[in-house]
Design a binder for this molecule. Structure first.
Ligand SMILES: Nc1ncnc2c1ncn2[C@@H]1O[C@H](COP(=O)(O)OP(=O)(O)OP(=O)(O)O)[C@@H](O)[C@H]1O
Ligand SMILES: [Mg+2]
Length: 429
C-alpha cells in the first residue's frame, strides 16, 4: 500500500478519500486540514504521495520543495472554475495536475494520477541552479551579485552605478535590492520607497504567478534600459525575501534583462541555531541564494587596513562556501591618507600577497562625486560624469561585460532586448 497525504478542500475531499480507500494500492494515511499539517505529516514519513487543492492556503514553491525534500510527490487538483489554478499549481512546482473531482469518475482520475506519480522517480528537492544550457532560450541574461563584507564598503554605490553604466552601454538592466539589513537602492536612485518591488516579486513567484509582464510591472523604468526592483528599507521585513522563490525571480529576471545587478547584504552566516527548524526563514538566505545563482560576484572592499583585512577574509569565506566561482574584486575609496603616498600600488600589493588577487578594479576616494550623487539621488554618470569614482566604475562595467559575453545566439534572445520591451512605464516617484 502506498500512503497518500490528503490536503483536499471542500466537497472533493470526501470523494477523493472514498476513491482512495477503495483502491487496491493506495491508502489515505492522513487527512490534513492545512498546509502545516501536510508538511508535518510529510516530514514524519506518513506518506509518499500528496494530493492538494489549488486553493490550499500558502501553497507555494517553498512548501512543494519541502514536500519533495521529504520524498513526497505532489498531485495538484485544479479548480474547474478558475483558469489560473493550473498555472498556480505548476508554478508552485507540483509534479502533476488533474481536475478537482465532482463525482466518482473524477475521483478515480485522481487515484490514477496518484498511481502514475508513485511509479515515477522519487523526487529531489531541486536546489541546484539550472545549468546554463538547460535554460529556456529567452532566459539568457546574466545575474551579477554585488557583495562585500561588513563596514559599508560601498556595495550599494557600486551596484547602482554599475547598473547605470551597463545600461548606458546598451544592455537592458534590472537593478535589484536584496539587502535584508536595510535596502537603500530605492532611496539612492530617488524612487518612492513604498514600491513593492522585490518582496512582491518573491511573493508572486512563490505562488507561481511571476512572469515577464508581472516582473516588469513591479520594476519601474528609471532610465532608458534600466529598471529598478526596490528592496525593503525596513530591516524587520527581511522574511519577505527569505524564500526559495527568490531563485525564480532571478530566473524570470534573466529573460527581461541582459544584466540583473543585485545589491546584497553583507552577512553569509547560515543562522545555524535555526537550522533545526527547516521552515524558519533565514535572514541571510536572500544573499546566499543570490550568490549561488549569480554568474559573477562583484566583491567590494574598502581600501583602509581594516577594510582590506575584511576583504581578504571575505574572499576566503566565499571560497569556503563554494560561492562566487567567477569574481571581480573592487576596492573602493582608495586614498593616500590611509594607504600611503601610492595608495593604488599599496592596495594592489596587499591583495596580491594576501588573497592572490592581481586584477582588482580600484575605485578612488571621491567624496565630492558620491555626495553630490547621494544628495541629488542620481547616478554618478548623470551628475558627475568626470568624477574619478565614475570613471573607475565605468571601467568595471566594461570588465563585467568582458567576463560575461552574451550567451550563444538563440532566436530573439541575443541581448535580452526582445523580452525586455515588455510593458510598464513608471519612473522615479
Ligand atoms: N568612492 C567613494 N568615495 C567616497 N565615498 C564613497 C565612495 N563610495 C561610496 N562612498 C560613500 O560611502 C558610504 C557608504 O556607501 P554605500 O551605502 O554604497 O555602502 P554599502 O556597502 O552599501 O553600505 P551598507 O552596509 O549600509 O549597505 C556612502 O555615504 C557613500 O556615498
Ligand atoms: Mg548598501
Amino acid at each position: 500500500m502506498i500512503g497518500v497525504l490528503c490536503a483536499v478542500q471542500g466537497g472533493a475531499e470526501a470523494l477523493v478519500v472514498q476513491a482512495l480507500d477503495a483502491h487496491p494500492q493506495l491508502q489515505v494515511t492522513r487527512r490534513c486540514a492545512d498546509l502545516t499539517e501536510l508538511l508535518a505529516a510529510a516530514e514524519a514519513g506518513l506518506g509518499r504521495l500528496a494530493v492538494v487543492s489549488s486553493a490550499l492556503a500558502h501553497l507555494d514553491r517553498e512548501s512543494v520543495d519541502a514536500l519533495h525534500a521529504a520524498g513526497v510527490r505532489v498531485l495538484g487538483l485544479s479548480d474547474p472554475a478558475s483558469v489560473w489554478s493550473v498555472e498556480r499549481l505548476r508554478g508552485a512546482g507540483v509534479d502533476d495536475v488533474v481536475l478537482e473531482p465532482f463525482d466518482e469518475l473524477g475521483a478515480r482520475d485522481v487515484a490514477d494520477g496518484l498511481l502514475r506519480l508513485s511509479v515515477a522517480q522519487a523526487p529531489q528537492a531541486d536546489r541546484t541552479p539550472v545549468p546554463e544550457e538547460a535554460r529556456p532560450a529567452a532566459a539568457r541574461g546574466a545575474v551579477v551579485a554585488v557583495w562585500g563584507p561588513t563596514g559599508a564598503p560601498g556595495r550599494t554605490t557600486i551596484a547602482v552605478n554599475l547598473a547605470a553604466e551597463l545600461a548606458a552601454a546598451g544592455g537592458s538592466v534590472l537593478l535589484a535590492d536584496a539587502d535584508t539589513y536595510g535596502g537603500s537602492v530605492a532611496q539612492v536612485v530617488g524612487m518612492l520607497d513604498e514600491a513593492p518591488g522585490l518582496a512582491a516579486a518573491v511573493r508572486q513567484a512563490g505562488q507561481g504567478m511571476l512572469d515577464l509582464t508581472a516582473l516588469a510591472r513591479l520594476a519601474p523604468v528609471l532610465a532608458p534600459d534600466l529598471r529598478v526592483l526596490s528592496g525593503t528599507s525596513r530591516a524587520d521585513r527581511w522574511p519577505e525575501l527569505a524564500s526559495s522563490a527568490l531563485e525564480s525571480v532571478w530566473q524570470v529576471a534573466r529573460s527581461i534583462a541582459r544584466w540583473t545587478v543585485v545589491d546584497t547584504g553583507f552577512c553569509l552566516e547560515q543562522d545555524e541555531v535555526l537550522t533545526y527548524d527547516t521552515h524558519a526563514p533565514q535572514r541571510n538566505a536572500a544573499t546566499l541564494r543570490t550568490l549561488e545563482t549569480a554568474d559573477l560576484v562583484v566583491v567590494v572592499g574598502a581600501a583602509d587596513p581594516v577594510g582590506i583585512q575584511r576583504l581578504v577574509r571575505a574572499l576566503a569565506e566565499l571560497t569556503d562556501l563554494g560561492l562566487g566561482a567567477r569574481r571581480l574584486v573592487m576596492v573602493n575609496r582608495v586614498r593616500a591618507s590611509v594607504a600611503g603616498p601610492r595608495p593604488g600600488e599599496a592596495v594592489a600589493q596587499a591583495l596580491a600577497r594576501y588573497a592572490g588577487v592581481t586584477d582588482a578594479v580600484l575605485v578612488p576616494e571621491d567624496r565630492a562625486g558620491t555626495d553630490t550623487a547621494l544628495l541629488e539621488a542620481r547616478m554618478l554618470r548623470e551628475i558627475a560624469p568626470g568624477s574619478p569614482a565614475r570613471r573607475a566604475i565605468a571601467q568595471a562595467a566594461a570588465r563585467v561585460a568582458q567576463l560575461l559575453p552574451p550567451a550563444p545566439a538563440s532566436a530573439g534572445a541575443e541581448d535580452g532586448s526582445a523580452a525586455s520591451d515588455v510593458v510598464a512605464s513608471g519612473s522615479r516617484g
